[in-house]
Write a protein that binds this ligand. Structure first.
Ligand code: GLU
Length: 303
């Protein structure tokens, strides 16, 4: 399957979900996307992915932004909030409906619980409602009908990625049973609306990327370049996030923390930099960032 990759100048972004404070893993995604943009003379946007209202923690978005500032990140343009962009997601949904690519699904989580599970841990939808709802069933979510195709793309860090969407993911949800638009659709709509040319983010989203490219093709949107950073996991192999009670990063000694993140991302940090202040650190980091030094691993263990 072929698609057109974007050829615009560099515009990157960091799109945290405000489900808690910034932790080591999200700081790594912030730093990786920031330096990759700055090292290319590009812009860097911040978007608050606050669409999943049940998971949003009050105050977390502000807390994340203040923490980014305390670490010396400087973003371009206005902050975009997904929670205020429903009309755009609705318009994209209408386009997909026009293409006949959307159908209502009545399945509850429980009803598909014994289906196979994909690489990202989500259930592979068995297609129960594809040909229409069984009599008496009430529509819940909306799903995208996925065609048989091998989706391939070249990730700037992880290398060649290929996925058979129909077999490995199945028809996926674009509007959830609770009426909220799904992450996959919102991300694709926003990345295009914001003119994002380069998506640098954690590898926990690597398996979502073929879904996003599939949506971009259906909606006639440009496909950004993708680079997926390793995700920090603990000794048990669990992603450091809210579930594992990853501690919030402290900006009391910001340069020290940023250096740890740089090392985590495979960058050689000179000893002298320990003494640097924030502006000096960022000057050095933007001039010395090497994307090709980032380990092509989905996860890396930190103590
Ligand atoms: N909001 C997502 C997260 O915090 C990231 C979305 C993306 O980068 O596409 O995991």
């Amino acid at each position: 399957m072929r698609f057109m990759e974007t050829t615009l100048p560099y515009r990157g972004r960091f799109a945290p979900s405000p489900t808690g404070p910034l932790h080591f893993g999200s700081l790594a995604a912030a730093l990786g996307s920031y330096l990759d943009a700055r090292a290319s003379g590009g812009e860097w946007l911040v978007r608050i992915d606050d669409l999943d209202l049940p998971r949003v923690m009050p105050g977390a978005a502000d807390d994340i932004l203040r923490t980014l500032e305390a670490f010396g990140f400087e973003w371009d343009g206005e902050i975009v909030h997904q929670s205020r962009r429903n009309e755009h997601y609705r318009a994209a949904l209408a386009e997909l409906e026009q293409l006949g690519a959307v159908y209502p699904c009545a399945c509850t989580r429980k009803e598909i619980a014994d289906s196979l599970v994909g690489r990202d841990g989500a259930t592979i939808y068995p297609g129960t409602c594809r040909a229409g709802l069984a009599p008496g069933k009430t529509p819940r979510a909306l799903r995208l009908r996925v065609a048989e195709a091998l989706l391939e793309f070249s990730d700037a860090i992880q290398g060649r990625v290929s996925q058979r969407l129909a077999q490995e993911v199945g028809d996926f949800v674009i509007r959830r049973a609770d009426g909220l638009f799904a992450y996959q659709l919102a991300t694709v709509v926003d990345d295009a609306a914001q003119g994002v040319t380069h998506v640098v983010r954690g590898s926990d989203l690597l398996d979502s990327t073929p879904r996003q490219i599939y949506l971009q093709r259906l909606l006639g949107l440009p496909v950004p370049h993708y680079a997926h950073l390793p995700v920090a996991v603990n000794a048990q192999g669990e992603k450091l996030g809210k579930q594992t009670l990853a501690p919030a990063v402290s900006a009391v000694r910001p340069v020290l923390v940023l250096q740890q993140v740089m090392r985590f991302l495979g960058q050689a940090v000179p000893q002298e930099l320990i003494e640097a202040d924030l502006p000096a650190f960022w000057r050095w980091a933007a001039a010395n960032w090497r994307r090709d030094a980032v380990p092509p691993a989905r996860t890396l263990t930190i103590e």
